[in-house]
Design a protein around this ligand. Structure first.
Ligand code: GLN
Length: 538
């Protein structure tokens, strides 16, 4: 039977619960165990799909098309285990499910309550689909003491009773601040946070103390004493230079060892941390060559808005032994006349995914610059759509070419598949979920012979993750191709363009999907490796 590890956070948010969970998952997996990592989010949105990246950071998309919290991206990047829609839940989803059942009369007249109905639904989520996993790591979003987290904490408390304490481990991540003025490390916030947890019936079995500097033995003893936790299970995590050092640092602290001891299991395989050490070495090397890459988007100033993309670019840098210096260009504020100046010292240009009209003319001007000045270019989803528009306007001379997402009166080189049908063109909607909803998750693309994309993927067929409503109008394929823009990747039925590339250009690719979701530090995505290589050789 699976063992369950619950990770809660205390004192402040953003302590790195996601990264700690991901690192632990990696350590367990690489020692021969089957692991699943899950996240429970206490907010009322049904999923993060509709949340603005300004507030919540990137929406991470899984193979099976769930729009999830960006922490699932950390889990995947560290463990290389694909998450599913069963791995993320929000309070909104839980209530929505319960209210649907209530309206159907499924509760047979009973009063529907937080305990047991909400807590039961949470417990269902924790176990859902778990079969032969050795460990299930569940991260609880938010901070202990938040009103919103209470049902989740209550549910995990009950869960430990249901499956047995020997099958559950509670890890609490807290902050141990250092006060410069008195030159002291303070354990009181940790004590209070654990007290708060204990007041709702959860005695943590382990604390991970986030600290700027190593915690002296005396302070560890204090934490152990006041929090009622054996001293060897007071683990510290001192700020690392790069997130890729986290698995190494947790291993050195013995996090995995303590987990094995607790559950009385022995590692099945010897761990090899060499790949992480190599990655860390490259990423922290100050003398390494730098490649400037411009990313032109609406949310560039926001740290987490393009999290997976930022990471994938770093991975591409690792593969090429260079440091990628991201130059973030805010598309909203970009004047077309400033494009040349802004992009004068870049070796590659990326237009990421996006929604809505704001900033699009600036993006199109950047694409024109990349195309005509032969600068390596990667357009992702919206970025690809903008590249198609740029080409249609400036090469095919369709002056009002646009996307029906942005302008209902344009000539829609990008639009909804239904719109082509309405216009009498025969494209059957073979793809599910179009029309008001998104094409989400993994879809296959066939790659054209003799194309750059096929050379990059070294395969004739690929599967990548999608998150969009609009498509490139396939009716114009011939026209685009005779003018040098190839549809080098197509859906298996040849109806939806998946990839475009420009023949007469060193590296100009647009993809309708989001390759960044599948890039891993230990296995950089070929598209990003190739893009950075092209930028490096420019
Ligand atoms: N807004 C575009 C669409 O819905 C692109 C979405 C994206 O870039 N993820 O098709």
């Amino acid at each position: 039977m699976a063992r369950y590890i619950f990770v809660t956070g205390g004192v402040v948010s953003s302590l790195g619960k996601g990264l700690s969970s991901a690192s632990l998952a990696y350590l367990l997996k690489s020692q021969g165990f089957k692991v699943r990592v899950r996240k429970m989010d206490p907010y009322l949105n049904v999923d993060p799909g509709t949340m603005s990246p300004f507030q919540h950071g990137e929406v991470f998309v899984t193979d099976d098309g769930a729009e999830t919290d960006l922490d699932l991206g950390h889990y995947e990047r560290f463990t290389d285990i694909s998450s599913t829609k069963n791995d993320n839940i929000t309070t909104g989803r839980i209530y929505s499910d319960i209210i649907t059942k209530e309206r159907r009369g499924d509760y047979l007249g009973k009063t529907v309550q937080v305990i047991p109905h909400v807590t039961n639904r949470i417990k269902e989520f924790i176990k859902n689909g778990i079969k032969n996993e050795d460990f299930v790591i569940c991260e609880i979003g938010g901070t202990v003491g938040d009103i919103e987290s209470l049902p989740f904490l209550e549910a995990i408390r009950q869960f430990a009773n249901d499956v047995g304490k020997e099958k559950t481990l509670f890890i609490h991540l807290t902050l141990v601040p250092f006060l410069k003025s008195s030159d002291e490390i303070k354990t009181k916030p940790t004590q209070h946070s654990v007290k708060e947890l204990r007041s709702i019936g959860i005695q943590p079995d382990m604390v991970i103390c986030r600290s700027q500097q190593s915690i002296p033995l005396d302070q560890r003893k204090k934490i152990s004493l006041f929090c009622n936790i054996p001293i060897k299970r007071v683990i510290e995590t001192v700020d690392v230079k790069t997130i890729y050092e986290a698995p190494i640092s947790f291993f050195n602290e013995g996090l995995d060892k303590r987990v094995f001891e607790y559950f009385n299991v022995k590692p099945r395989k010897k761990i090899n941390l060499k790949p992480w050490k190599e990655v860390t070495k490259i990423v922290t090397n100050k003398n390494i060559r730098t490649v400037n890459i411009a990313i032109v988007g609406k949310y560039v100033d926001l740290k987490d808005a393009y999290k997976s993309l930022d990471e994938a670019l770093v991975h591409g840098g690792i593969h090429n032994n260079v440091k990628v210096n991201l130059i973030r260009v805010e598309s909203d504020l970009l004047k077309v006349s400033d494009v040349q100046k802004k992009l004068s010292n870049v070796s590659g240009i990326i237009i990421p995914g996006g929604f809505g009209k704001r900033g699009t003319e600036g993006k199109i001007a950047c694409i024109n610059f990349a195309r005509t000045k032969k600068i390596p270019f990667l357009g992702i989803c919206f970025g690809m759509q903008m590249a198609v528009i740029e080409f249609a306007r400036n090469v095919l001379k369709i002056k009002n070419a646009g996307s029906s997402e942005l302008d209902k009166n344009c000539f829609p080189v990008i639009g909804l598949i239904e719109e082509w049908k309405k216009n009498g063109r025969k494209i059957k909607g073979t793809v599910k979920n179009l029309g008001g909803t998104m094409r989400l998750g993994l879809y296959t693309a066939k790659l054209q012979h003799n194309s750059l994309i096929k050379e990059i993927y070294k395969s004739g067929q690929i599967k990548e993750r999608h998150r969009h409503r609009y498509e490139v109008n396939v009716n114009l394929r011939k026209k685009f191709e005779t003018h040098g823009l190839n549809f080098s990747g197509m859906s298996p039925d040849n109806k939806l363009p998946e990839i475009i590339e420009i023949k007469n250009h060193p590296w100009f690719i647009g993809v309708q999907f989001h390759p960044e979701f599948k890039s891993r530090p230990l296995q950089p995505h070929p598209l990003f490796s190739s893009f950075i290589e092209a930028a490096k050789n420019k």
